[in-house]
Design a protein around this ligand. Structure first.
Ligand SMILES: *[C@@H]1O[C@H](CO)[C@@H](O)[C@H](O)[C@H]1NC(C)=O
Ligand SMILES: *[C@@H]1O[C@H](CO)[C@@H](O)[C@H](O)[C@H]1NC(C)=O
Ligand SMILES: *[C@@H]1O[C@H](CO)[C@@H](O)[C@H](O)[C@H]1NC(C)=O
Ligand SMILES: *[C@@H]1O[C@H](CO)[C@@H](O)[C@H](O)[C@H]1NC(C)=O
Ligand SMILES: *[C@@H]1O[C@H](CO)[C@@H](O)[C@H](O)[C@H]1NC(C)=O
Ligand SMILES: *[C@@H]1O[C@H](CO)[C@@H](O)[C@H](O)[C@H]1NC(C)=O
Length: 335
């Protein structure tokens, strides 16, 4: 199944060749070139020019899907689709976040501070940088406006951790040597206020990674709190803002399930099933069946999808991005 899809996509890509024209954005009849925060021109992808991802914390599939905000997201967002068979890859949090950008957990199974160094620190960021594709990581309550903040979490004057705030384990970039040793790359990590500023200015990067704080992501709260946050903060933007609806693919999911009992020990059940929705005009729903996708995805499908979109093949990181299925995008010429 995966091989067939990969071959079909590759054939299509070869047949069409690489697009040379810069990405443009139709806005009230005007056309203007899209750029990232530093004026970087958008590099057009095959299906989308922008990929947005936002990550919540530690909840099982049903508690999330049973919130109307999330049941409606895949049903009502333009191009919405439920990835009904999506699994996180590890417990606890941190290795799942590594997998988001590196297609591997590095065998890590802890939340403690670690630096991923040397050739291991090769990630999607290196691929994006090489091709001139703008990217940015935005985190709520990130203690600085822009740059690399390496501590585990902000601290009060008495040395205790500021509660419900930013934590490093949910912001993978900061652990990668090719990023934290490079000022140019550090400057692509921002406090979330900058997300809203860049959105307003029409200067969001092509790859956006958004990490809510420990309250909003459900970590210190629950699914209804997370739903309320998304409903109030995001839904209108998701459904109506051009950036989420023009040559766009968007993704909302969790790092891992809430139930960690029996992980990798209960036969046939790796106990990490999580809610994942994708939407955007990169997805064309041809019929209602396309509202569900039962392919077995995991976090490595993110890098695989980005690679297929901008490079026409997967496995460029040489890890599980080689095997993870690409999120099903429309075939050219189908229908
Ligand atoms: C890919 O995932 C499997 C678990 O299914 C893991 O054993 C393997 O180490 C991963 N590969 C890499 C390169 O991370
Ligand atoms: C990781 O790298 C940072 C920045 O160089 C350094 O301050 C920190 O001590 C390192 N942490 C570990 C656990 O190696
Ligand atoms: C830092 O990153 C920038 C942007 O990718 C790159 O051009 C530059 O070569 C890097 N610097 C070092 C010392 O690796
Ligand atoms: C969810 O969390 C919020 C904030 O912590 C709390 O007020 C509310 O009672 C919780 N709801 C449930 C159903 O546990
Ligand atoms: C957690 O997962 C285990 C293993 O699949 C299962 O036996 C148990 O019922 C689950 N607990 C809850 C609360 O869903
Ligand atoms: C992710 O899915 C791919 C394809 O099924 C698989 O090869 C890989 O082992 C999975 N990753 C993990 C960490 O299980």
């Amino acid at each position: 199944m995966k091989t067939t899809i990969a071959v079909a996509f590759t054939t299509v890509l070869v047949a069409l060749g690489a697009s040379a024209s810069p990405a443009v954005h139709r806005d009230h009849g005007k056309r203007h070139a899209l750029t990232g925060p530093n004026g970087e021109p958008y590099v057009p992808g095959k299906w989308f020019d922008r990929f947005f991802m936002i990550i919540a914390e530690n909840m099982d599939f049903w508690p999330v899907e049973s919130q109307s905000t999330f049941a409606n997201l895949w049903k009502q967002a333009p191009g919405g689709r439920l990835l009904a068979n999506y699994y996180a890859v590890e417990h606890p949090s941190q290795p799942n976040y590594f997998d988001h950008i590196a297609a591997t957990t590095f065998g890590w199974n802890s939340d403690s501070v670690v630096n991923i160094t040397g050739s291991e620190s090769f990630s999607i960021v290196d691929l994006l940088e090489e091709k001139g594709i703008s990217w940015g990581g935005y985190a709520e309550d990130y203690p600085i406006t822009q740059g690399c903040y390496v501590p585990y979490a902000p601290e009060n004057p008495d040395g205790t951790q500021v509660p419900h705030s930013y934590v490093r384990k949910h912001f993978p970039f900061i652990s990668f040597e090719t990023i934290y040793t490079n000022e140019t790359r550090c400057n692509k990590l921002y406090n979330a206020d900058m997300f809203w500023k860049h959105l307003e200015e029409g200067k969001l990067p092509q790859f956006v990674y958004f990490a809510p704080n420990l309250l909003n992501d459900g970590h210190d709260t629950n699914a209804s709190y997370f739903a309320n946050y998304v409903q109030k903060t995001w839904i209108d933007t998701f459904y109506h803002n051009d950036y989420f609806n023009t040559r766009a693919l968007n993704y909302l999911s969790l790092d891992e399930s809430g139930n960690t009992t029996g992980f990798n020990t209960v036969p046939g059940d790796n106990n990490n099933h999580i809610y994942a929705a994708i939407w955007g005009d990169a997805l064309t729903n041809r019929d209602t069946y396309d509202k569900y996708d039962f392919a077995r995805y995991n976090h490595s499908s993110i890098t695989a999808t980005l690679e297929m979109n901008w490079w026409g093949k997967t496995g460029l990181l040489g890890r599980n991005d080689t095997y993870a299925p690409v999120f099903a995008l429309p075939y050219d010429g189908a229908n």
